[in-house]
Write a protein that binds this ligand. Structure first.
Ligand code: SDX
Length: 448
């Protein structure tokens, strides 16, 4: 017998069905609440509200657990393969050799961009934010692949997924090369995913870039650790946009925009800027921590805190290990890593952070790793988007398979009560016509 709980409002009692997940999470199904009581619920930031059921990722924020299709992320540390995890997240199973081989071929086949997309890169100013370019160019893919607008077969969907996962890497690299005025490095079909990205980013005509195995494995793990995280802001954005029937490219382009925010994926850039500010001596570690605790400072300890993790973010722990190993391998003694360790040590013993259960999150160490890999700071969030792409695709597909309704939240209106329009002449206009306002005012010259 399905479980329910009674709710009594204005003397009327209704039963709210209880939904229980496979890890025993409980939810009240309020889909009939408004019809039955006239009430809606209000939950700014959705901290207590589930938007869907999903079988992709499980997080236990109190126990610091993160599993992709049931597999704890720690188990990917040994032999990380980002493309394998892409398949797992999107299709729900670890790929067979046949599935992996076919998907890998499609990634290689679709790594190139339509040559005329290069004119878009040339149209952006050099200092254009790479996340703006990324979102624009991912959206533009639906112009170059109109056959991807309608997903009328699994095969077409697999190709669309391969196109996005492969082309986001090429777009990212081309955006960087264009911003530094360098030649584009076309994808090399003989290179694997990460090596090809590093080649497209860093090769020069006279000096092809080589990626060693430690770097390749570290980068695969970084991408895996960013691959999905249930209903985070950007993934929820992809689902909401996709719920209107918008195509996969448009939905993921919207996800890029949401990820850009400094409270979300943009935090990895903010963490590095914070560490550099302390390193330059603008602020001591102690002074920065004081300001981070002062509500009026407008400063937060970037890379710390999380809506869900209230013990530790397992990704942060794994990324700290990656940072230590990679910097040792590359023989880099990055003072920012030491400052990061110091900030973490202070925060973990400071009542302000302890009481609010604020711990390092995925963004706290990722910037130090990407910096060690030579990735420019303005590309950090782009790399986060590359990692998160399979998660966005998986959720877009899951929602389409679930056949969900268009997302359309309610609100509680707090604006003015009903009032009347006041005719223009009663507001000091010389007449009803806008044309009468203009003659007396100089026409402004154009500004961009
Ligand atoms: C990501 O959702 C996901 O899964 C996201 C993500 C993913 O994989 O998709 O994990 C990726 O976005 C990680 C988060 C990256 N952002 C940052 O590192 C930015 C710094 N962190 C915060 O801004 C904040 O912790 C959030 C945005 C991450 C979480 O915000 P919440 O859950 O809305 O928490 P809150 O703002 O309500 O804060 C609760 C309290 C407040 O103090 P009080 O009002 O209770 O006194 O904690 C304080 C906050 O002021 N607080 C911080 C803080 N984070 C929260 N104080 C100082 N420094 C911080 N970083």
């Amino acid at each position: 017998m399905s479980e329910s709980v009674p709710l009594t409002i204005d003397g009327k009692t209704i039963e709210l069905p209880v939904v229980t997940g496979s890890e025993d999470e409980k939810a009240l199904d309020i889909s009939k609440l408004r019809d039955a009581t006239g009430y809606i619920t209000l939950d700014q930031g959705y901290g207590n509200t589930g938007s869907c059921t999903s079988a992709i990722t499980y997080i236990d924020g109190d126990a610091g657990i993160l599993r992709y299709r049931g597999i704890p992320i720690e188990q990917f540390e040994e032999a990380p393969n980002f493309i394998e995890v892409c398949w797992l997240l999107i299709f729900g199973n670890l790929p067979s050799a046949e599935e992996y081989g076919d998907f890998s071929e499609r990634l290689t086949k679709h790594a190139m961009l339509n040559e005329s997309m290069k004119y878009h890169f040339q149209g952006f100013p050099n200092q254009a934010p790479p996340m703006a370019i990324l979102s624009a160019m991912i959206n533009a893919l639906s112009c170059f692949h109109p056959d991807m607008i309608e997903m009328d077969s699994d095969d077409r969907f697999i190709t669309a997924a391969a196109r996005l996962i492969s082309k986001i890497r090429t777009i990212a690299a081309f955006a960087h090369r264009s911003s530094i005025g360098r030649t584009y490095n076309y994808p090399n079909p003989n290179l694997l995913y990460v090596e090809n990205f590093m080649h497209m980013l860093f090769s020069e005509p006279h000096a092809p870039h080589e990626t060693d195995d430690i770097v390749r494995l570290a980068f695969n793990l970084v991408l895996i650790l960013h691959a999905d995280h249930e209903q985070n802001c950007s993934t929820s954005t992809v689902r909401l946009v996709g719920s209107s029937g918008a195509n996969l490219f448009a939905s993921c382009a919207a996800g890029v925009c949401a990820l850009w925010g400094p409270l979300h994926g943009g935090a990895n850039v903010a963490v590095l800027e914070m560490l550099e500010q302390i390193h330059k001596g603008d602020l001591s570690v102690e002074e920065y921590m004081r300001q981070a605790k002062d509500k009026n400072s407008g400063i937060r300890l970037m890379g710390f805190g999380h809506r869900v993790y209230k013990s530790f973010d397992p990704r942060a722990q794994m990324l700290q290990r990656v940072a230590e190993k990679l910097l040792a391998h590359l023989n880099i003694n990055d003072p920012l890593l030491e400052i990061g360790r110091r900030l973490e040590e202070i925060a973990l013993n400071d009542s302000y952070f302890v009481e609010r259960k604020l711990y390092p999150n995925v963004d706290f160490y990722s910037g130090i790793i990407l910096r060690a890999l030579g990735i420019p700071t303005n590309m950090f969030t782009v790399v986060f988007a590359m990692g998160r792409m399979p998660g966005w695709i998986a959720h877009w597909r899951e929602q389409n398979l679930q056949g969900s309704r268009i997302g359309r939240p309610r609100q509680i209106y707090t604006g003015p009560e009903m009032n009347d329009y006041v005719p223009r002449v009663q507001r000091g206009w010389v007449s009803d016509s806008a044309a009468d306002i203009i003659p007396g005012r100089p026409r402004p010259t154009f500004d961009l």
